[in-house]
Design a protein around this ligand. Structure first.
Ligand code: DQA
Length: 145
């Protein structure tokens, strides 16, 4: 199984960016944990991060026919990018949206996700665990099919 983990704007600053909200571990630590998870579970996990909407869309489009699942944290694009929503809908790959923070418990503008409608589910508020739970969900789903 091949999973693509996509992180959007400002997630490269994990560790130094508002650590009380996003945690003290940096992006490199997330990549390392994803690698460990992939090895332990005998799957392939590729990770990609960009601060630009177009680059994220290009990556989603290029995933078609290559990946069995997408885990995406679109960052602030979550709340307004209809273009990322359309890209997720355009490729026939099950995607799970993840958030480190509990977006429903934060500012009003973070309560709504426009991108989640292009996903099979959403996991929010569990820090790095959000990513691993999303991957486990995609793995279980693919075993059932
Ligand atoms: C985030 C939540 C978004 O509202 C925010 O803009 C982010 C990170 C999260 O992982 O909690 O950049 O997606």
């Amino acid at each position: 199984m091949k999973i693509l983990v996509i992180n959007g704007p400002n997630l490269n600053l994990l560790g130094s960016r508002e650590p009380d909200i996003y945690g003290k571990q940096d992006y490199a630590a997330l990549l390392e944990k994803l690698d460990d998870f992939a090895k332990t579970h005998s799957i392939t996990i590729d990770a990609y991060q960009s601060n630009s909407e177009g680059a994220l869309i290009d990556k989603i489009q290029a995933a078609a026919g290559v990946y069995d699942g997408i885990v995406i944290n679109p960052g602030a694009y979550t709340h307004y990018s209809y273009a990322i929503l359309d890209a997720l809908k355009a490729v026939n790959i099950p995607a799970v949206e993840v958030h480190l923070s509990h977006i429903a418990a934060r500012e009003d503008f973070r309560h709504n996700s426009v991108t989640a409608a292009g996903c099979i589910g959403q996991i929010s508020g569990l820090g790095f665990h959000s990513y691993f739970l999303a991957i486990v969900g995609l793995m279980s789903r693919s075993n059932e099919n």
